[in-house]
Design a protein around this ligand. Structure first.
Ligand code: PBG
Length: 327
């Protein structure tokens, strides 16, 4: 390859039109999924303090939120539920009339074409805040599997298009696949939170979902941020267990993991741009320390560039709006 002065990299950077022509990564609303917190009660639309622009919304107020998402061309939402009652077994997660199950029914009735993805986990529904059943101070993997399977089945029966197990229990994808198939739900895909790290960046989400563990932490089941080979193993196992899409979570501190998974797995790859990543940008922008729009589009572009096909992001609505305005 020729060197300077024959080669000048700046030649292709001179005009907007040429920059556009050589741009390698293009963002589009088609790749966004908007996470939503559905809460019990009536007439609730409460802003989540560390996540400005995001709300806990009750069923009866869901309409405006979904209409906005659909209007912006975002193809899917990811639902989290905040039940009225939490108990040791997370009963609300797999209740046929649970808050998420009801939300799915309401949304699918009105917007059958919107992809509704449900988080299959117990932590929003347990009084101790852990993602599974606790026995002797420990989260019991095998006893949890059946409850996660029931959660996924009730969600799919309510009409969820995709179920997304996030509890990081071993064997959860296989258990859910088996239960879905036994219930005749052979066509429901599983989006596996395959490489999910024990991250400080879930802090704002746990405030929003009131799901912080009441004792200990999640390091006994979520991954150590220091590990990458283990992430590949997690992904490989989920693929073998029948995952249809695999996820890396969080996204920003784990772009290397996204890139590595992209190289070795042909399945659609999902990245979760988590709550703490959202809060950081919002807080800095509020202080005037960052150009909000540029920072957010840069964040999302970098996640796509690393190899993600789909981005779960609280920025979905604003980013879709900016991308529309650019055209
Ligand atoms: C539930 C779950 C969590 C998130 C998604 N699903 C919280 C956790 O593992 O503590 C975090 C999402 C975010 O921070 O945006 N297991």
């Amino acid at each position: 390859m020729a060197q300077f002065p024959i080669t000048r990299m700046r030649r292709l950077r001179q005009s907007g039109a040429v920059r556009r022509m050589v741009q390698e990564t293009k963002l589009s609303a088609d790749q966004f999924v908007y996470p939503l917190f559905v809460t019990h009660g009536k007439n609730v639309r409460e802003e989540i303090e560390p996540m400005p622009g995001c709300y806990q919304v009750s069923l009866d107020r869901l309409h405006d939120e979904i209409a906005e998402v659909v209007g912006l061309g975002i193809p899917g939402v990811l639902l989290f539920g905040i039940p009225s009652l939490k108990d040791a077994k997370g009963t609300g997660a797999y209740a046929e009339e649970g808050v998420v199950q009801e939300a799915v029914r309401a949304i699918k009735k009105r917007w059958p074409e919107l992809a509704v993805i449900t988080d299959a986990c117990l932590c929003e529904y347990t009084d101790h805040g852990h993602c599974g059943i606790v026995r002797n101070g420990n989260v019991d993997n095998d006893a949890t599997l059946e409850l996660l399977a029931r959660t996924a089945v009730t969600q799919a029966q309510a009409g969820a298009d995709i179920v997304a197990p996030s509890a990081m229990m071993d064997g959860q994808v296989a258990a859910i696949r088996k239960a879905l198939d036994a219930a005749g739900l052979t066509e429901t895909p599983i989006m596996a939170y395959a490489a999910k790290y024990a991250s400080a960046f879930y802090g704002p989400f746990r405030a929003a979902a009131q799901s912080a563990p009441q004792f200990g932490d999640r390091r006994g089941y979520q991954m150590d941020p220091a590990n990458w080979r283990m992430a590949l193993r997690e992904v490989e196992l989920d693929v073998e267990e029948g995952a249809d899409l695999v996820m890396v979570k969080p996204a920003l501190s784990y772009l290397d993991i996204i890139a590595k998974v992209r190289e070795c797995v042909p399945l659609p790859l999902v990245a979760y741009n988590v709550s703490g990543e959202y809060s950081m940008v919002k807080a800095a922008a509020k202080n005037g320390w960052l150009d909000e729009q540029r920072a957010i589009l840069e964040v999302l572009t970098s996640i796509k560039r690393a190899g993600a096909d789909l981005i779960l992001t609280y920025h979905a609505k604003e980013a879709a709006r900016w991308l529309q305005a650019e055209r």
